[in-house]
Design a protein around this ligand. Structure first.
Ligand SMILES: N[C@@H](CCC(=O)N[C@@H](CS)C(=O)NCC(=O)O)C(=O)O
Length: 267
């Protein structure tokens, strides 16, 4: 069987979920990172038009989109070490928490980060340049075009310019931190006494807020985002995310990072 291939976006927290699951299970794999924007064409191509988001995992001849489906497939194919609890009631709860953080936190975190970033041209440029292939990033007109593309794309696709949506995103992130802390109580983990998919999901999706060193490398936080996160640093939920990354985010088992530009893959 060929090695699994993870198609991903380096800075993205939904993508970090899939990378973390692969690392946890020590699955050797290859990684490919097309330029964001172009990634939607790749996703549509690989899934025959069914999905347009990354992460996407090619595993045993199948193209699996969505971080939740990817973790489910990895759990079946590489059961050890498990991310799902064995006990059926605990498993249900872990999957419910995964869904809660996916639906109620993930997109809001992205929206707020982009909302604050698009107010700061220097950060947008730095961010865009990090995403471009090296040879292109050095060309002034390409940088300028890509920076404009980033602002337009995130504005149209995610509505990041809206102050009302940003306000909702702040409320949703705070509600997710509240829920995290109340679910944890005095325990170390969300479900039972072991690290599960629930912990992995909450920690990955809060990653952009906490910016732990073990997580993806991110451009400097925009000023508005920094103002939002600063008072949260003393919260138990924030410290818990730091601890999850420190204890459980093993380095990648990726054998290879293959830079892929806008080309559509074969197969
Ligand atoms: N629920 C999906 C969300 C993934 C997602 O939103 N990925 C973004 C990057 S962070 C993407 O590919 N966006 C393209 C689009 O929304 O069309 C998952 O868990 O994988």
């Amino acid at each position: 069987m060929p090695q699994p291939v993870l198609w991903h976006i380096e800075i993205s927290h939904f993508n970090e979920k899939a990378r973390w699951a692969l690392a946890h299970k020590r699955v050797e794999h290859e990684r490919r990172a097309p330029t964001p924007g172009a990634h939607m064409v790749v996703a549509l191509w690989l899934t025959r038009g069914r999905h347009k988001t990354f992460p996407l995992l090619q595993l045993d001849g199948q193209a699996i989109a969505d971080s939740t489906a990817i973790i489910a497939a990895l759990e079946r194919r590489f059961p050890e070490p498990p991310l799902y609890p064995e006990d059926p009631a605990e498993r249900r709860r872990a999957l419910e928490l995964e869904e809660f953080f996916d639906e109620e936190l993930g997109a809001h975190m992205r929206l707020l980060a982009f909302h604050e970033a698009t107010k700061d041209p220097a950060i947008v440029e730095r961010f865009t340049v990090d995403l471009l292939p090296r040879a292109l990033a050095d060309l002034g007109p390409v940088r300028a075009g890509a920076t404009r593309f980033f602002s337009t794309f995130t504005g149209l696709r995610y509505g990041v310019k809206s102050d009302r949506r940003a306000e909702l995103a702040r409320a949703k992130i705070l509600a997710a931190v509240d829920r995290l802390e109340s679910e944890l109580g005095s325990g170390d983990y969300l479900v039972g006494d072991r690290f599960t998919v629930a912990d992995l999901t909450a920690a990955s999706l809060l990653g952009p807020l906490v910016r732990p060193p073990e997580g993806p490398s991110l451009p400097p936080a925009p000023e508005g985002f920094e103002r939002f996160r600063a008072p949260l640093k003393e919260r138990p939920g924030y410290k818990w995310v730091e601890e999850m990354f420190r204890k459980h985010r093993k380095p990648a088992g990726a054998s290879d990072e293959v830079a892929v530009d806008a080309e559509v893959p074969a197969g």
